[in-house]
Design a binder for this molecule. Structure first.
Ligand code: AR6
Length: 176
């Protein structure tokens, strides 16, 4: 599904965040140390290769809601943006910290003049954020913050499961 908000196109698809070769940047659902792990971070570090670990080291640790960026190394993108989502029920206020992730990731994209960015569903895996709640925050935030970033024309949510895609579609369809 896709929707246009002014000059910004918002796309939702089922897929793998490491295989978005037509996007300038993709976002990593990172840990505070910016090391590999499970889920998105594991897939990104495997695809990017060991140089990513070295590039991340001087930038760590990061705080919940923060975003930093590196070269994308073996990934087919120009840049990688690393966000630390809140652990649900632990890092509070979770909703504001999750919104800050998306806002700060988009700011980072703006600073590097990136025209297209792909996001996974940050915090909804190992960090336990309920998908429906997280999707509402994520979609609202990227629409309001994305349209003020100069040069940004495409945001794509790459959801790993069809169930997660369906939840995001339900919310996007109803958004004003
Ligand atoms: N492409 C797109 N989405 C994916 C992929 C992929 N390749 N792999 C998993 N997902 P998670 P978090 C989905 O756990 O909750 C790591 O160990 C997944 O199904 O990656 O922010 C880090 O090191 C889920 O819907 O991120 C951190 O310690 C969503 O992406 C911690 O997990 C996010 O799941 C971060 O936890």
């Amino acid at each position: 599904m896709e929707r246009q908000f002014g000059k910004l196109r918002l796309e939702l698809m089922q897929g793998d965040i490491t295989r978005q070769s037509d996007l300038d940047a993709v976002v990593n659902a990172a840990n505070a140390q910016l090391t590999t792990g499970g889920g998105v971070a594991g897939a990104i570090h495997r695809a990017a290769g060991p140089e990513l670990d070295q590039a991340c080291r001087p930038l760590a640790p990061i705080e919940p809601g923060q975003a930093v960026s590196t070269d994308a190394f073996g990934l087919p993108n120009q840049r990688l943006i690393h966000c630390l989502g809140p652990v649900y029920g632990v890092d509070e206020p979770s909703d504001q910290l999750l919104a800050a992730c998306y806002r700060n990731a988009l700011k980072e994209a703006g600073q590097h003049q990136l025209g297209s960015v792909g996001f996974p569903a940050i915090s909804t895996g190992a960090f336990g954020y309920p998908v429906r709640e997280a999707a509402g925050i994520a979609l609202q935030t990227v629409v309001s913050e994305g349209s003020v970033i100069e040069g940004l024309t495409l945001i794509r949510f790459v959801l790993f499961s069809n169930e997660d895609l369906a939840v995001h579609e339900e919310i996007l369809v109803r958004m004003a």
